[in-house]
Design a protein around this ligand. Sequence first.
Ligand SMILES: Nc1ncnc2c1ncn2[C@@H]1O[C@H](COP(=O)(O)OP(=O)(O)OP(=O)(O)O)[C@@H](O)[C@H]1O
Length: 274
Amino acid sequence: MRHEHVFGQFAGRGGRRVRPPPPVLKAQDLTLTYAGPKGPNIAVDRVSLQIAWGERLVLLGQSGCGKSSILKALAGFLKPVGGTITLHGKPVTGPGPDRIVVFQEFDQLLPWKTAVQNVEFPLRKARGLGKAEARQRTEDALERVGLTRALTSFPHQLSGGMKQRVAIARAPAMKPEVLLMDEPFAALDALTRERLQADLLRVAEETRATLLFVTRSIEEAVLIGTRLHLLSSHPGRTIRTMTTEGAVPGEPSFAQLSQEVHELLFQGGVTADV
Ligand SMILES: Nc1ncnc2c1ncn2[C@@H]1O[C@H](COP(=O)(O)OP(=O)(O)OP(=O)(O)O)[C@@H](O)[C@H]1O
């Protein structure tokens, strides 16, 4: 099966070779460490990746392989000890509203604001939208994720799934350059997880979001991603990047690609936990 993604070899009309679109976000030879008792521990070792506009890149690998660390570095929360990160060719030096992060934890909403206000507030504060436009965008975003009730409830009155819906509505409504999602569905029950995966896919496609998504689930990766970046176990190194093109959920192609990914992760010294 052919799943290798080869940059620089996109076929244009009439089979002409055309250049791929320039990456929105790019990391080159990214090395990340944490301080340990005996000196720095390498968490991520010279990983390079790039995300083009409208692409959904999934970082996949075993627990502790450095997926969250890469996401944090791309978000600007963690400074690399080696390599570079650029957004539209400009170095990333810290966090910014051009990169919005959605975490796994359910406590990322402002507890003193309602569901509606949690979406509306950053649109007004960080994006500087007027009241009418922010309200319109908020209503639109919440409708997209199917949140039609409990709109005036506070986070402590919402279920975990509902809170994640608000977080998923809020992030694309900000229209960031890149949406960074760190295992946003890992703490949800299987049914809610499936529903939110479908909602995310729909929102991402409708809003043409550029997405970096972190997961440990092979099936989730193949479902969500247009491209996968497989990482070896600690310290995280690139095993391979591959496209998910042709893998259709519910068809043998999907199971086939999932199996291929599983084998690659095992060969890379990884125990995939799905
Ligand atoms: N704040 C920290 N201080 C020290 N070491 C850390 C810190 N955060 C992460 N690490 C270490 O860095 C490595 C990579 O961690 P990271 O959380 O990025 O992995 P991960 O692939 O996201 O794991 P998981 O899937 O379990 O969330 C691990 O060995 C971890 O112990």
